[in-house]
Design a protein around this ligand. Structure first.
Ligand code: LMR
Length: 331
């Protein structure tokens, strides 16, 4: 009798330990590091991802979002992702050339006429294939996220390319962007995003290139009296993770995380369209910076000066791919 009760008690204790053990199993933590403000397409996408994951996988997965380069700069984030210090990031497509020369396509000046063309190319089989172009480095591209078309800003009005000659421009770490600035007889400086405001404020640089959302949220418009609506290139992102982390997730969790990611990317892309308009309007309303609209003739001069950059990177990227991207303008 005592033996039986003892066995029952032991059984109860073991199952209660098991239940407690399961309940206490630590959730999987996903650290999402990025460099922009929260009130941007990427910032809002990251926060939406956190919200969806924690709603649907409560207790199983937690998402920690680190905006504003709080954790890592983009130049560091790929390295630390491979070490397991960050699980998701979304650096701009300009930051991957060390890993895949094909991705240089996104920096070619005047390749895409607008975001609709960018979207068409990214959704095409060729655009989708580029997402796996860095997989040899252990990084997986999970999707594209939009920000918008880039505009030049400077300490003086830039109407024609000759106006930019002799100026110093901050660029992202991309050789294509360096060539693009050199084509203007200006000096490119590769600097982290977090340093741009101070570089502009202290006049260590004269100008930069950004979509409206970054110009507004980083307050660049307060230290750049002129913005030229050049729409000369695109600033978009690749949402990435490490192959090791991704493959190590249980199948059901991975599927749910991917679904949340796809939904938050779609949300971020919608926000990007709204932000491009809203943030431009806020800059105009601030009266701190004048937005210069180019005439067709002025714009043609920028195209003429910067387009030869394509030829220099044709071998890296492949002519066929460039043609395919260019054709996305005509659909
Ligand atoms: C930059 O460095 O200018 C961009 O990559 C910032 C960003 O993520 O939008």
């Amino acid at each position: 009798m005592f033996k039986k009760v003892g066995k029952l008690l032991l059984g109860a204790a073991v199952s209660s330990m098991l239940i407690t053990g399961i309940a206490c199993a630590s959730p999987i933590v996903i650290k999402f590091s990025h460099v922009v403000a929260e009130d941007t397409p990427k910032g809002m996408m990251a926060n939406k991802f956190k919200e969806l994951v924690e709603q649907r996988l409560a207790g199983k997965v937690e998402v920690e979002v680190f905006p504003n380069s709080q954790l890592f700069s983009d130049d560091k984030v790929l390295e630390v992702m491979l070490l397991g210090d960050v699980q998701i990031a979304a650096p701009s497509l300009s930051k991957f050339e060390r890993y895949s020369k094909k991705l240089q396509i996104y920096d070619l000046p005047f390749l895409f006429k607008d975001m609709a063309a960018v979207d068409r190319f990214q959704s095409s089989p060729a655009g989708q294939q580029l997402l796996s172009s860095i997989s040899d480095s252990g990084i997986l591209g999970l999707g594209y996220l939009h920000n918008g078309m880039k505009q030049f800003s400077a300490s003086k009005p830039l109407k024609v390319p000759a106006d930019a000659a002799g100026l110093k421009f901050r660029i992202m770490s991309s050789d294509v962007l360096a060539e693009q600035i050199e084509a203007l007889h200006a000096t490119p400086l590769k600097k982290p995003f977090s340093e741009v405001f101070t570089l502009l404020q202290t006049k260590a640089i004269d100008g930069c290139e950004n979509p409206y959302s970054n110009i507004f949220t980083q307050k660049f418009f307060e230290v750049q009296p002129y913005i030229t609506e050049s729409n000369h290139g695109v600033l978009d992102y690749m949402v990435i993770t490490s192959t090791e982390f991704w493959n190590g997730l249980p199948d059901d969790i991975r599927a749910e995380v991917k679904k949340a990611l796809d939904e938050s990317i779609a949300y971020g892309n919608k926000i990007s369209e709204e932000k491009a308009v809203e943030d431009k309007e806020s800059i105009i309303a601030s009266k701190r910076s004048e937005i210069i609209t180019l005439t067709d003739e002025e714009r043609a001069q920028w195209v003429e000066v910067m387009k030869p950059v394509w030829k220099k990177f044709e071998n890296n990227i492949g002519k066929e791919l460039i043609d395919e991207a260019y054709n996305a303008n005509q659909m």
